[in-house]
Design a protein around this ligand. Structure first.
Ligand SMILES: Cc1cc2nc3c(=O)[nH]c(=O)nc-3n(C[C@H](O)[C@H](O)[C@H](O)COP(=O)(O)OP(=O)(O)OC[C@H]3O[C@@H](n4cnc5c(N)ncnc54)[C@H](O)[C@@H]3O)c2cc1C
Length: 414
């Protein structure tokens, strides 16, 4: 008789694996299968990010981002400590370099208070003392920001999931679905043969493909994923000690991206970035990767044009700086003048899965969609790596609300 899985999860990034791991802990007797189209875990957003455990400074009070990020800090650090994954609490400075940024900094400072995040305000002199190589008029110091390698976190969660009885099927792409009964057609990359699987409930955590997976179940949604590349450089190793903290600019509150920052990585190197430029291939990391299918989907979507026109000036400046290294350098030199052009070495880009609504608005918060037998993570941009444990916990709660179970709940292991 054909096996019917209790839960099928699409996506081997940190959100899918965190969900699978926690669901298996709650329901050790249920059969849970994770489907991932790549040969390894974390090969998309999770493996191409800055590795920051964000404290939750930026997010609108009351939003899911603010709540999950705050909870995610402790959950992630405790998980890392328990499993001996390197993590470093280096803290971060948000540096203001103009009168306008000083004003925005004050608003951010107040938001930190509302979000319950402890921060200090530094004047120019205190900033110099904390960071001799950084210049600015003032800064917010966030002590609870840390760094980690999210690939390692995902791999450890996957190991725990499999040890608890979960199944991982790699190189298995979901290509079609039907809801009643829940049937999932997958294509094994190895032989390209379609195979049909059956399940009782599906969770999609498919990142850059989130909208396409919802469409497979004919779920009516108003968003589309638009890929925004985040391009980095790595500083030459002589600059590995250039900063003590992570150094961020004060962001434009209208934009969902944080601005080019100096990030100390857990391997000891320092990266500069990421910027935010239009991507022309959802999972294409090379500078001139294009996908006709991805472009065709974008240009037919009114939200793409509206978002592009609304952010035209920023988009053009970012694109210019992407192609013209001295322009990119200027963004860093604003607060770290000692970095020279020759210090910027190549480093792999990441691609953000940003949900954009039909009216052109960029979705700021985490976004979910549901159908009778499925739950979809539609928008999980930064800080979703930091928030992956609370997001997984939230999804497990949602599933349990719909499908009451008799087993006692095991609390999220941190
Ligand atoms: C440049 C950049 C910097 C960032 N920096 C940070 C940071 O410092 N801190 C932080 O908290 N967050 C950061 N983020 C955000 C964070 O990385 C993401 O929010 C998080 O990794 C999302 O995880 P995910 O599992 O939803 O998506 P992903 O990691 O993209 O995983 C989705 C998975 O689904 C699989 N998939 C898709 N479609 C199918 C299908 N049809 N069949 C089978 N499998 C499928 C994909 O192959 C992929 O493995 C950053 C993101 C970027 C791009």
């Amino acid at each position: 008789m054909k096996k019917v899985y209790d839960y099928i999860i699409v996506g081997g990034g940190i959100v899918g694996i965190s969900t699978a791991w926690q669901l298996q802990q709650r329901h050790p007797d249920k059969s849970i299968l994770v489907l991932e189209k790549e040969a390894g875990l974390s090969l998309h957003q999770t493996g191409h990010n800055s590795g920051v455990i964000h404290a939750g400074v930026y997010y609108a009070p009351g939003s899911l981002k603010a709540e999950f990020c705050r909870e995610g800090v402790d959950a992630t650090i405790n998980f890392c400590k328990k499993h001996e994954i390197p993590v470093e609490n280096c803290g971060k400075l948000l540096v203001a370099t103009s009168a306008l940024e000083m004003e925005r900094m004050q608003a951010l400072y107040e938001r930190c208070g509302t979000n319950g995040i402890e921060v200090d305000l530094l004047d120019a002199e205190q900033l110099k003392e904390a960071e001799p190589n950084i210049v600015g008029l003032g800064a917010i110091r966030v002590k609870t920001t840390s760094i980690v390698n999210y690939r390692l976190v995902t791999e450890k969660m996957a190991e725990e999931f499999v040890a608890a009885g979960g199944e991982l099927s790699m190189q298995t792409e979901v290509v079609d679905m039907a809801e009643s009964p829940l049937t999932i057609t997958v294509k094994a990359i190895k032989n390209n043969q379609p195979v049909s699987l059956e399940g009782r409930f599906l969770v999609s955590c498919s990142g850059l493909m989130a909208d396409r997976v919802t469409k497979m179940l004919d779920i009516e949604t108003d968003f589309q994923i638009i890929p925004y590349r985040g391009e980095y450089y790595r500083l030459s190793s002589k600059h590995n000690q250039v900063v003590n903290h992570l150094i961020y600019p004060i962001p434009d509150p209208e934009l969902p991206f944080l601005g080019v920052h100096l990030t100390r990585m857990i391997d000891g190197s320092v990266t500069v970035g990421p910027n935010a430029v239009q991507g022309w291939k959802r999972e294409g990391y090379g500078r001139i990767n294009i996908s006709l299918k991805d472009i065709w989907d974008m240009v037919r979507f009114p939200g793409f044009w509206k978002a592009s026109f609304a952010n035209l000036k920023t988009g053009l400046i970012e694109t210019k700086n992407s192609w013209w290294k001295p322009g990119y350098l200027k963004l860093v030199n604003k607060y770290c003048p000692m970095i020279k052009l020759e210090d910027l070495k190549a480093y792999p880009a990441g691609i953000r899965a940003q949900a954009v609504m039909k009216d052109g608005s960029l979705v700021h918060d985490f976004l979910f969609a549901e159908s009778k037998r499925s739950l979809h993570v539609c928008n999980a941009p930064s800080p979703a790596a930091t928030s992956a444990i609370p997001i997984g916990n939230y999804i497990c709660d949602k599933i349990d609300e719909r499908q009451p179970v008799t087993e006692s709940k095991v609390p999220v292991a941190a």
